[in-house]
Design a protein around this ligand. Structure first.
Ligand SMILES: [Fe+2]
Length: 165
């Protein structure tokens, strides 16, 4: 017998509204943090100065383009599970946990260090959520998406850390 709490018209088929709601709450939080990290990376791309300007300006451009793709894929994954992503600056601002800083008065290593810490924070939130086995087994597509997103952030972390050493 089917659970009465199951919507049949979700694109991914059967998942309880309760599970879909909890997954969406996390995914929207992730989306807001991705938005914040994207904006920070763009900010530092604009405001970085110093002898490594050329290479870091380009490196940050690649990073924000990758983050834009991650953000887009996160919002689209929320649509795939039949829910609605945060889609306004106002809601991103109210939901994001990463703190913003002014770019123009920061040193290169402060900028890269801030991006590194922000990446680690997103990674640890994803890893914590992946431990929720009931939710992950209810939606293995999102689990796989989160593992791939985690891997992308880990790669970015490695590149940021390499620039800092
Ligand atoms: Fe640019």
């Amino acid at each position: 017998m089917k659970n009465a709490d199951t919507l049949k018209n979700r694109p991914i088929g059967e998942i309880s509204n309760e599970n879909a709601g909890q997954i969406t709450e996390f995914m929207n939080g992730l989306l807001a943090n991705e938005y914040a990290l994207f904006t920070k990376t763009l900010n530092y791309h604009w405001n970085i100065t110093g002898p490594r300007f050329n290479s870091l300006h380009k490196f940050l451009e690649e990073a924000y383009n990758d983050l834009l793709e991650t953000m887009d894929a996160t919002a689209e994954r929320i649509r795939v599970i039949g829910e609605v992503p945060i889609s306004t600056v106002e809601k991103f601002n109210a939901t994001m946990k990463l703190n913003e800083r002014n770019g123009h008065d920061m040193s290169t290593s402060q900028m890269l260090g801030d991006l590194f810490e922000s990446n680690l924070m997103i990674q640890s939130e994803i890893k914590d959520f992946l431990k929720k086995e009931d939710l992950m087994s209810a939606d293995p597509g999102t689990e796989d998406f989160l593992v791939a997103t985690l891997r992308d952030h880990e790669k970015l972390s490695w590149m940021l850390k390499s620039h800092l050493e």
